[in-house]
Ligand binder design. Structure first.
Ligand SMILES: Nc1nc2c(ncn2[C@@H]2O[C@H](COP(=O)(O)OP(=O)(O)OP(=O)(O)O)[C@@H](O)[C@H]2O)c(=O)[nH]1
Ligand SMILES: [Mg+2]
Length: 267
């Protein structure tokens, strides 16, 4: 599926800088911590790891606590959202990395890496945006106690588990126009289960498309546009707060596997 050249380049750039890095902040989406930890953690094998559960304003509050306590069994973890105060975020990083560390911020596309860096820095130093693939190269930003490295979102070259792709779609990490239909269908079923929405996908897109005026000649709904806009808005939290990954035990299995899959960057 989607694997643009820049993801491959990003992995190469991260690997080139790996010796200079003392610690990594792994940014996850609080709605799908398992799906968003599914990338090559082996690159960071021997590094100190901190986790940020981001976009927690869009996930279920009860599950936020469950996930925080699960990950905290092994790693420092911080529940973050756009409402979190800068001082709390800076304090979390400062407490968990040695002074003058060089810290790389990593994660799948669009999870909020650059937004977090800007908050820590206190200024709009690195570019952010509502689509995956905004950051195109590594960028170092120095602040008082440590230096941060922003990096482009990375993904496995092949995501074999459809459920992971579907959840990445639900939280906005994949480009909507390139995702195959079977992944959309699965994503919709996962959304239905989390939300209790009873409408079938076709009905939903018909209703949504009509309401938004996404029509073709003759007044028929343009299902392609309706689908993409519906899923974009869903990923931005417009229809409520949902947590799609609800099995904390799975997290550790995926983390272990992600440490062992070595992508040589050629696939
Ligand atoms: N609701 C909400 N939106 C957020 C949060 N953090 C980031 N965003 C939004 O998510 C989108 C992606 O943010 P970025 O910081 O550009 O994400 P990134 O991980 O750097 O993305 P790439 O560079 O494309 O890999 C932007 O529209 C942000 O405004 C959050 O905590 N809550
Ligand atoms: Mg970015």
């Amino acid at each position: 599926m989607w694997y643009p050249g820049h993801v491959q380049k990003a992995k190469r750039q991260i690997k080139e800088n790996i010796k200079k890095i003392d610690a990594v902040i792994i940014v996850l989406d609080a709605r799908a911590p398992v799906a968003t930890v599914s990338f090559e953690l082996d690159i960071f094998k021997s590094k100190r790891k901190l986790f940020v559960l981001n976009k927690s304003d869009l996930s279920d509050e009860g599950y936020n606590e469950i996930w925080k306590s699960e990950i905290s069994k092994t790693f420092p973890v911080f529940l973050h959202s756009k409402h979190t105060k800068r001082a709390e975020l800076v304090d979390f990083v400062s407490r968990n990395v040695p002074p003058d560390s060089r810290v790389c911020v990593v994660g799948v596309p669009n999870v909020g890496k650059s937004t977090i860096i800007n908050k820590i820095v206190g200024r709009h130093k690195v570019q952010t945006g509502a689509q995956p693939g905004i950051t195109r190269g590594v960028q170092w930003v120095k602040i008082e106690n440590f230096t941060l490295m922003d990096s482009p979102g990375i993904l496995y070259a092949e995501i074999f588990v459809k459920e992971i792709s579907a959840k990445l779609l639900l939280v906005g990490c994949l480009p909507f126009e390139q995702v195959p239909d079977d992944i959309y269908e699965l994503a919709y079923e996962i959304y239905r289960e989390a939300s209790g929405d009873v409408a079938a996908l076709h009905e939903k897109l018909e209703e949504f498309g009509r309401k938004r005026g996404l029509l073709r000649k003759g007044g028929v709904v343009d299902f392609e546009r309706s689908k993409q806009l519906f899923f974009k808005e869903l990923s931005e939290g417009r229809f409520g707060r949902f947590t799609y990954d609800r099995e904390p035990e799975l997290f550790w299995k995926v983390v272990e596997r992600s440490h062992n899959i070595v992508d040589n960057g050629d696939t």
